[in-house]
Design a protein around this ligand. Structure first.
Ligand SMILES: *[C@@H]1O[C@H](CO)[C@@H](O)[C@H](O)[C@H]1NC(C)=O
Ligand SMILES: *[C@@H]1O[C@H](CO)[C@@H](O)[C@H](O)[C@H]1NC(C)=O
Ligand SMILES: *[C@@H]1O[C@H](CO)[C@@H](O)[C@H](O)[C@H]1NC(C)=O
Ligand SMILES: *[C@@H]1O[C@H](CO)[C@@H](O)[C@H](O)[C@H]1NC(C)=O
Ligand SMILES: *[C@@H]1O[C@H](CO)[C@@H](O)[C@H](O)[C@H]1NC(C)=O
Length: 471
């Protein structure tokens, strides 16, 4: 544009305006260039959504589209649930003929009084005992209820009360000073009434030095067992509701995430997205094993998670999350959605597909053997026979399953030697047969089953897998 064409171009004042405009243009250009050079190397993330973000969005959307209805059976256990558990314990103590049960903060303590070890000992496990003592009290009508006391350092008495443990009555403490023998303090306390030398059953989580302290100061100490151990093994209705919700929710998260898988995604990326998917339902993932192809020949992982997903690879996912303190633990083995059913002949997956079905048959055999009054061993053996008949006896390298509740792994354990454990209604187990061929592939299906009053066990993890395309 020529100066002379501007109607009000009148020499000098106008040129001044022009040079100011040029100057401003230059500053703006330099600023834009600097901004661009700063963001350019990251322009994937700065200006477009990365593939992993799209994957995550797709997975969470698919999960939320289920309506998350599986959460409906879960509620946080209220105070009366803990009262019920302690009363069940008291009845078991009466049957076993022991005077009291003793437990330190940990899983069992949280089962009966909602306090975990780190909630009491924030820094590190304390050498000063803080012990919950639950005694059976016989009422006039003959029924047995729990009467609970806490052995606690005197200076910690108020802190123990502030824990706000789930009791209807005020908590009762037996306190000791630092220079006292605290085992003797408990032995001589009024809680034993007419009993002269009490028998204490200690929980499996009770530290050795405290057990020996009790035993050296008048108590007869016996280990966890019998009806007392069975209390935590047999789940209440509320526990079953939470276990059903968290395990179904975990399977549903795998199913939702699967729909969004793409070639080239890594095992670690899948684990991250699956975890975020479960969090969208308020669940808290605590382990997540994702294995493609030959990674899955190691049942608990071991490679670094960097393997990329390729057509023809099985995806094996074994994952657990917490809801209201209860664990899920499920496993699925499947093909991503971009692999056709049946897969193209070039994929060499005939044997994988056969084994997928064999492992499912083994799981179904376990369900049929999981009956009241059966043994834990019989369930493992029923599943193992199917895999042995298919020629993979040596490739089923672990036990069939384990109890599950507030811990992912609880007693009783389903292994072929455990003839001593008798199944009872309300016990909850994993059934997780697997076949592992080193440097080739691995298959495992894991669901959660509850032993019923009659007949075979009921699955509470959203139904078994149907095919490698319908996990
Ligand atoms: C149990 O503990 C959890 C977490 O510490 C708390 O949110 C819940 O209210 C407690 N339950 C009862 C019945 O006190
Ligand atoms: C619980 O035990 C204490 C003694 O330590 C006793 O005073 C109290 O009456 C007992 N409560 C019940 C319900 O038995
Ligand atoms: C095909 O699969 C079988 C069984 O999984 C395996 O043993 C064999 O090595 C595979 N063949 C090729 C050419 O990869
Ligand atoms: C299991 O055994 C108990 C005790 O022996 C018995 O009462 C119960 O009827 C048995 N249940 C079944 C389903 O056989
Ligand atoms: C599992 O349970 C669901 C619903 O409770 C049921 O529809 C299904 O048939 C059961 N069995 C298997 C093998 O999934």
């Amino acid at each position: 544009m020529k100066e002379t064409l501007l109607p009000y171009s009148t020499g000098r004042p106008h040129s001044k305006a022009r040079s100011a405009a040029r100057w401003m243009f230059c500053v703006a250009a330099v600023f834009l260039l600097m901004t661009w050079s700063y963001v350019a190397p990251n322009h994937q993330t700065a200006f477009s959504i990365s593939k992993k973000d799209k994957f995550k969005k797709c997975s969470i959307n698919a999960y939320q589209a289920t309506g998350l209805k599986f959460l409906d059976t879960a509620e946080r256990p209220p105070v009366d649930e803990y009262v019920l558990r302690r009363n069940n314990l008291a009845k078991a103590l009466a049957i076993e003929g022991v005077d009291a049960f003793a437990v330190e903060p940990g899983y069992t303590f949280s089962y009966y009084a909602n306090i975990t070890q780190p909630q009491w000992e924030v820094w590190e496990p304390e050498e000063r005992p803080f012990v919950m003592i639950i005694r059976p009290a016989k009422l006039a009508d003959g029924s047995v209820i729990a009467n609970t006391s806490f052995l606690v350092p005197h200076f910690e008495k108020t802190r123990a009360r502030l824990l706000d443990m789930p009791f209807e009555e005020e908590i009762h403490t037996v306190t000791y000073e630092e220079h006292w023998n605290y085992y003797t303090t408990l032995y001589e306390s009024e809680i034993w009434g007419e009993t002269l030398s009490p028998t204490l059953m200690v929980d499996e989580e009770m530290r050795d030095f405290i057990q020996r302290g009790f035993a050296a100061n008048g108590f007869t100490v016996v280990g966890l067992g019998g009806e007392v151990e069975a209390v935590r093994q047999i789940k209440t209705e509320r526990e079953l509701g939470i276990l059903r919700a968290v395990n179904t929710g975990t399977v549903e998260a795998i199913r939702a995430m699967r729909q969004c898988l793409y070639a080239g995604v890594t095992e670690n990326e899948v684990a991250e997205v699956l975890d975020d998917t479960m969090r969208a339902a308020g669940m808290d993932p605590f382990f997540d094993i994702v294995e493609f192809g030959k990674s899955a020949a190691l049942p608990h992982g071991g490679y670094d998670g960097s393997r990329k997903l390729e057509p023809g690879m099985f995806v094996l996912i074994d994952v657990g999350a917490h809801l209201y303190g209860y664990s899920s633990d499920v496993c699925r083995t499947f093909y991503p959605p971009f692999v056709s059913n049946p897969p193209p002949p070039g994929y060499n997956v005939t044997e994988q597909l056969r084994i997928w079905k064999v492992v499912l048959d083994a799981q179904n055999a376990a369900v049929k053997a999981m009956v009241p009054n059966g043994t834990a061993a019989a369930v493992d053996i029923a599943a193992r026979e199917i895999i042995t008949a298919a020629g993979y006896e040596k490739e089923f390298t672990h036990r069939l399953g384990h109890g599950i509740g507030i811990k992912a792994h609880e007693s009783p354990y389903l292994n072929k030697g455990n003839f001593g454990a008798i199944l009872r209604p309300g016990m909850v187990f994993t059934a997780e047969p697997g076949v592992y061929v080193l440097n080739d592939f691995g298959v495992r299906h894991e669901d959660i089953l509850v032993v019923k009053e009659n007949g075979e066990a009921e699955n509470i993890s959203g139904g078994f897998a149907r095919s490698p395309w319908e996990p």
